[in-house]
Ligand binder design. Structure first.
Ligand code: SF4
Length: 285
């Protein structure tokens, strides 16, 4: 069995205060990077448990608050314990507000896969994704994306949280993302409840989210861009794992009508909340 640790490098500490954040009721000013001894043990055990391929997922809070030096240490501990011929990968999910040239060069040099959180164009993103002083954050995220592109990072994509505010604008979001050169995107509904199990009013209904993904699919199909990219989504309402990936160019792989039928069937299942663990891939990657 493969074990992938999901590591909160800075615990729940974050420089943003997104309205739907799971950690809103905690003290997000407190940034406590993982102690060195814990980090070392975690890496050693993960590498031992996954002799072929060891993967590390770095999340937060905001993991970049731990600093480049922290991740430099991560990489050197991994090299120390790495077995001959073992593949070691790192994925980092960031709010994208603090990347600079030093960060991006480090991420490229060490082959980190990157997920950037962005909820659409600034007028949609900034509704819920504001910093700890209630300032908008979209322009900082877009600057980070530009930096990734200019310095030639290849392994990154975006994750968009779908809420009551952006669920009606799939085409606006898709077109905006394509206009700024985003080629790999994921759309996840915000969780309906916070960590205490309390209902969060800003979650979209399953039906609204299903409609959103159908319209994203239509836009993706119509664009039919041969450039390879992925659009994915998952069900965050319950324990079910439901994932849909559109990969590559629409017409290069399947007739779009077949794809459309497949995706709509999948979305109907998703909306009904069934189909535990089902997974569909459409495309040519
Ligand atoms: S960036 Fe992530 S951890 Fe920080 S407030 Fe937003 S959702 Fe929470």
């Amino acid at each position: 069995m493969k074990i992938i640790p999901i590591i909160k490098a800075t615990s729940v500490g974050c420089n943003l205060r997104c309205a739907y954040c799971f950690y809103r009721s905690t003290d997000q000013n407190k940034v406590t990077p993982m102690p060195q001894a814990v980090l070392q043990k975690l890496i050693e055990e993960t590498i031992k448990a996954n002799p072929k391929c060891a993967e590390f997922d770095w999340l937060g809070g905001e993991p970049t608050l731990a600093g480049v030096d922290f991740f430099d240490e991560v990489v050197s501990i991994q090299s120390h314990y790495r077995l001959p011929n073992q593949v070691v990968t790192n994925k980092l999910q960031t709010n994208g507000t603090m990347l600079n040239e030093r960060w991006v060069k480090f991420l490229i040099a060490n082959d980190f896969h990157l997920g950037i959180s962005i909820d659409g164009p600034p007028e949609l993103h900034d509704i819920y994704r504001r910093d700890n002083g209630d300032n908008p954050t979209a322009l900082k995220v877009l600057n980070s994306i530009k930096l990734l592109q200019e310095l030639g990072h290849k392994r990154w994509g975006t994750i968009t949280v779908i809420t009551d505010q952006n669920v009606d604008y799939p085409e606006v979001i898709y077109n905006f993302f394509r206009s700024v050169g985003i080629t790999k995107m994921a759309f996840n509904p915000t969780k309906g409840t916070n960590e205490s199990g309390k209902q969060i009013a800003i979650a979209p209904s399953p039906t609204a989210y299903g409609n959103f993904m159908c319209r994203i699919f239509d836009r993706w199909c119509n664009e039919d861009n041969p450039e390879s990219f992925t659009v994915s989504c998952r069900d965050s309402w319950g324990a079910n794992t439901v994932s849909v990936h559109f990969l590559g160019s629409a017409s290069n792989s399947f007739p779009s009508t077949i794809m459309e039928t497949l995706i709509r069937v999948r979305m109907i299942i998703l909306m009904k909340g069934g189909a535990s663990g089902m997974y569909l891939k459409v495309g040519n990657l």
